[in-house]
Write a protein that binds this ligand. Structure first.
Ligand code: PLP
Length: 398
């Protein structure tokens, strides 16, 4: 339940409400404990200790083995850029990189830049359920492959990708190829255990798990060499210059601690609510189709296509009812280009433009879900009446 009056917030893959306990944990570090963690006088000790205690918590959150493997960043986009650019530039003789067709733009657009510079780039496919075809790696990785970047969970469909297995495949062909995992949508929803994988780098973002926007982290396996893309002071082992944002890092660590404690709740209660929403809509709205039927999905996400209806119109009508959802990812909404993820899944054109992502959080209530289930058929019927596809929609108007 949100404190925001009359709002049912089902867009938690775009961003989340900051947990009040997170705000409380941050407050002292804006005022009384404002010291620069690199300074040596007494005032700075508390900031330094808070930074290092946070690193310990974030290490646990990644399931990493050593705090030296954790670097703080400003967001998921920065973590991805630091990893991709850092690995490629540390291996200037290698000219081949691999990712998937369904990554977030922070990975896809960075890869595009290297493609334009002449790098050979391969993109893994997904099937119609949104499952990643990792076996394609077996014929793509070669001696020239510097990097493979794969997301742990897709932001639009919630599909979980078997990144541990993908890393095994990559390393069995070329042990020197580095593997970067964008775990922004997995963190807080599924357990991360990076030390027991062959993954070299992993990125997360605080605002996807009830910390504020503007803080993230990355895991860099011991011994992995990357060229720092941001040069500056000695902070973060000289891999990411710039005075650390202590209050936000403390907030992210608190949010990570709360998320680790809530993992069971997320995978039982939040999942039950997601399934209730999904089943309620599929039963009551005749033109609704589930995009991505894979069983391997994060517990909070569903993506439903409403045939022959424009997604942006659905969102506007939901907004009038105080319901926040999304069509495509947050970063691409505003443009009417159909989602690159659904296109890669070969989602039929009948529902490609009318697909809506609902993403829940541990604050979502049963009452909120029931309100959406009740109102969805009314919204769709209203829009069906003004749709140019009267013949195709005649069945749902009865
Ligand atoms: N990666 C994924 C999978 C995402 O969903 C997002 C944001 O939606 C990002 C990266 C970017 O994270 P940030 O907004 O913290 O830059």
């Amino acid at each position: 339940m949100n404190d925001t009056k009359n709002i049912i917030y089902l867009d938690n893959n775009a961003t989340t409400m900051v947990d009040k306990k997170v705000v409380e944990a941050m407050i002292p570090y804006f005022s009384n404990e404002f010291g620069n963690p690199s300074s040596i006088y007494e005032l700075a000790h508390e900031a330094h200790d808070a930074l290092e205690n946070s690193r310990e918590v974030i290490k646990e959150f990644f399931g990493a083995g050593d705090t030296k493997e954790i670097i703080f960043t400003s967001c998921g986009t920065e973590s991805a850029n630091a990893a991709i650019r850092g690995v490629i530039e540390a291996n200037p003789t290698k000219r081949h990189i691999i990712t998937t067709k369904v990554e977030h733009p922070c990975v896809l657009n960075t890869f595009k830049e290297f493609e334009e510079k002449g790098y050979r780039v391969d993109y893994l496919n997904v099937d119609e359920n949104g499952e990643l075809l990792i076996d394609e790696l077996k014929t793509l990785v070669d001696d020239d492959t510097a990097l493979v970047a794969i997301m742990a969970a897709n932001n639009e469909t919630g599909a979980i990708y078997p990144y541990e297995e993908a890393a095994e495949i990559v390393k069995s062909i070329n042990p020197n190829t580095k593997v970067f995992i964008d775990a922004v949508q997995a963190a807080g929803k599924i357990k991360l255990d990076v030390k027991n994988t062959k993954v070299d780098l992993m990125g997360i973002s605080g605002h996807k798990f009830h910390a504020p926007k503007g803080v993230g982290a990355m895991y860099i396996k011991k011994g992995t060499i990357i060229k720092p893309y941001m040069t500056g002071g000695h902070q973060e082992r000289a891999l990411r210059g710039g005075t650390e944002n202590v209050p936000y890092i403390v907030g992210m660590a608190k949010a990570a601690e709360l998320a680790m404690n809530a993992l069971e709740f997320e995978n039982k209660t939040v999942k039950e609510l997601r399934d209730r929403l999904e089943e309620g809509i599929l039963e009551n709205v005749k033109n609704a189709k589930l995009n991505s039927r894979t069983k391997m999905r994060v517990p909070n996400t569903t993506n439903i296509g409403f045939e022959y209806i424009e997604g942006e119109l659905i969102l506007l009508h939901l907004d009038k009812l105080g319901i926040c959802a999304s069509s495509g990812s947050a970063c691409t909404s505003g443009s009417l280009e159909p989602s690159h993820v659904l296109r890669a899944m070969k989602t039929p054109f009948t529902s490609l433009h009318g697909s809506i992502r609902f993403s829940l959080s541990r604050f979502t209530t049963k009452e909120e879900i029931d309100f959406v289930v009740q109102n969805m058929p009314l919204v769709i019927k209203k829009l069906a009446k003004i749709s140019p596809f009267q013949k195709e929609l005649s069945g749902i108007l009865n």
